[in-house]
Write a protein that binds this ligand. Structure first.
Ligand SMILES: [Ca+2]
Ligand SMILES: [Ca+2]
Length: 222
């Protein structure tokens, strides 16, 4: 017993610095609830059109990517076509960070979308990270049994290029706030307040563009 206890203590001392390092990105008062690097495939995701997603190379590893701009999915209301939702995971308040690369320059509406508090195909929020903002691009949107409607009047451009970018979504369901960060994790990219939807699914995708996604982390309150 004594030897076991000593071994456990020695191990915990050895492991502590590693754990502390791994937790560097964890927001205060939150814990890591989900992590995906796509190195073992994409089985944890349910897409609106499986034929439009595949695993792409990302350095020595893999990313999950959209193949083309067209989709077999016809949403009930005007809203994004290409969606991959997490199976078996829901969150109410959360912080999600990930990396996104936009593959194709399609102009002002070149976008990636992130979905959250997703109830079903006609009830969810998403952020449309569109290159040039207007009421249909570069806004936080709500789909509430009607075509998508902007919740923001964002004027910030989203500077897509051929590189990977870091995006963070912060949802506080109690306060009602939704905050989006792009590369600069200290400066707001866009923000709004809405309490229509609570606990729901999370997803990645695009309205009609082509992106790779990798290194997704979701933190929830402890
Ligand atoms: Ca990866
Ligand atoms: Ca687009």
């Amino acid at each position: 017993m004594k030897k076991l206890a000593f071994t456990a203590l020695a191990l915990s001392v050895l492991l502590l610095p590693a754990l502390a390092m791994a937790d560097d990105d964890c927001p205060e008062g939150m814990k890591l609830a989900f992590e995906e690097d796509f190195e073992d495939g994409s089985d944890r995701w349910e897409t609106t059109d499986d034929t439009n997603w595949e695993l792409h190379k990302n350095g020595d590893g893999k990313a999950f990517g959209i193949i083309g701009r067209k989709s077999d999915y016809n949403p009930p209301h005007r809203s994004p076509l290409t969606i991959a939702l997490l199976k078996d995971f829901e969150a109410e308040s959360f912080v999600m960070t990930l990396q996104i690369k936009s593959i194709l320059d399609t102009g002002g509406h070149r976008d990636a979308c992130l979905f959250f508090n997703h109830q079903d195909a006609t009830h969810f929020y998403y952020v449309h990270l569109g290159a040039t903002p207007d009421p249909n691009s570069g806004q936080i949107m709500i789909v509430n049994d009607a075509p998508r409607t902007p919740l923001t009047d964002n004027k910030n451009k989203t500077p897509w290029d051929e590189e990977w970018h870091t995006v963070k979504v912060v949802r506080d369901a109690e306060e009602g706030t939704i905050a989006i960060y792009f590369d600069d994790m200290e400066t707001l990219h866009m923000e709004c307040s809405d309490t229509t939807f609570g606990m729901g699914r999370l997803g990645i995708g695009s309205f009609d563009d082509v992106n790779d996604f990798d290194n997704i982390k979701v933190y929830v309150p402890e």
